[in-house]
Ligand binder design. Structure first.
Ligand code: SF4
Length: 328
């Protein structure tokens, strides 16, 4: 591991003032420390943010929730307001990692976790995300877990988070603070597709710190589903996941949200697919049409063509479960 300095500020402005090109903020460290031990990341300065006042969950004036960036994944999933009003989010969080990791991992850190592409972690192989311009070993290598949507010649990695898939469906907002002030980023705009700059996972600028995640008032608590398909039943990343949320008037769909995980470099949402459902009576035909629209343009790699049909079926199943409406 490359030597680094360590600082633990007590104020947000102090933390931001310490940030620079070779620094990293650290909270739970559940991904960052692995990356440092494997020599994938070599920050010169760690800024421990665990002393900052970012651990509250508060009601917003719009009847939503403001979740401090240091709230752990476990605290968030089991918080009474989240469990009752945003069960889609609670279920997605509990589908991820292990209880030990969820106790350590923070809300802000979950948004910043890196891809689990094998080659990204293997410093003996070329990887544009780790070393820009080096090449992409996954394109012609083992790519069963990789992207079918939104990939580029430079990178075919997928975003690994479950929580972010639910946050995308719920249209959460990410509050950040940096050297140039405070701003809000819509969840849809927080993560990036790889394009020619796969080393950039998100649209944060240098020194910006996630301070909170805001949930809007509508939590779709009556009709939701989070379906995660993976190689083993727990402690595995999604091959495909689906966050589905419906607002129904009897059997007529008033509003639909669908976000996919495990298929792209960011949670995948297509508003035109959701619009196909608006005003329709719930049923397999309209769910299948929405699935086809969501997966339009999907391009398989050598090992992952199965993901397209898997995703299609998962979307229809998740929407069917959401329409049935139950607390699972
Ligand atoms: Fe690196 Fe992306 Fe290629 Fe994986 S898919 S080897 S992360 S460039």
């Amino acid at each position: 591991m490359t030597p680094f300095s360590y600082q633990r500020p007590e104020r947000i402005d102090q933390a931001i003032a310490l940030a620079g090109p070779d620094s990293r903020y650290i909270a739970g460290g559940t991904n960052l420390l692995d990356l440092m031990k494997e020599d994938v990341l070599r920050p010169r300065r760690l800024i421990d943010i665990n002393g900052l006042p970012l651990r509250d969950i508060e009601q917003t004036p719009g009847n939503g929730l403001m979740i401090g960036a240091l709230v752990s994944n476990a605290e968030l999933a089991w918080h009474p307001q989240v469990a009752q009003r945003y069960p889609l989010l609670a279920k997605a969080i509990l589908a991820g990692a292990s209880p030990q990791l969820r106790n350590m991992a923070s809300t802000g850190g979950n948004l910043l976790q890196r891809t689990r592409c094998h080659y990204f972690y293997d410093t003996a192989t070329p990887c544009n995300k780790r070393t820009p311009g080096a090449g992409c070993a996954a394109r012609e290598g083992r790519n069963r877990i990789h992207a079918i949507l939104g990939a580029s010649a430079a990178c075919v990695a997928v975003h690994p988070s479950d929580m972010c898939v639910a946050l995308a469906a719920l249209e959460a907002q990410v509050h950040v603070k940096g050297p140039h002030g405070r701003r809000r980023i819509a969840m849809a705009d927080f993560h990036r597709l790889p394009g020619e700059r796969p080393e950039q996972d998100n649209n944060l600028t240098e020194g910006e710190l996630i301070v909170a995640v805001e949930l809007p008032g509508e939590g779709f608590a009556c009709h939701y589903a989070y379906l995660k398909l993976r190689d083993r039943a727990s402690y595995a990343f999604a091959l495909v996941s689906v966050a589905a949320a419906l607002e129904l008037d009897g059997e007529v769909i008033r509003q639909a949200r669908i976000a996919l995980g495990g298929v792209a470099h960011k949670p995948w949402r297509v508003e035109a697919a959701e619009a196909l459902l608006h005003g329709k009576r719930v049923g397999q035909d309209c769910f299948a049409a929405a699935a086809d629209r969501l997966l339009e343009g999907a391009q398989p790699l050598a090992d992952n063509a199965f993901k397209i049909e898997l995703a299609r079926r998962a979307i229809v199943r998740a929407l069917s479960e959401a329409a049935e409406g139950s607390i699972r």
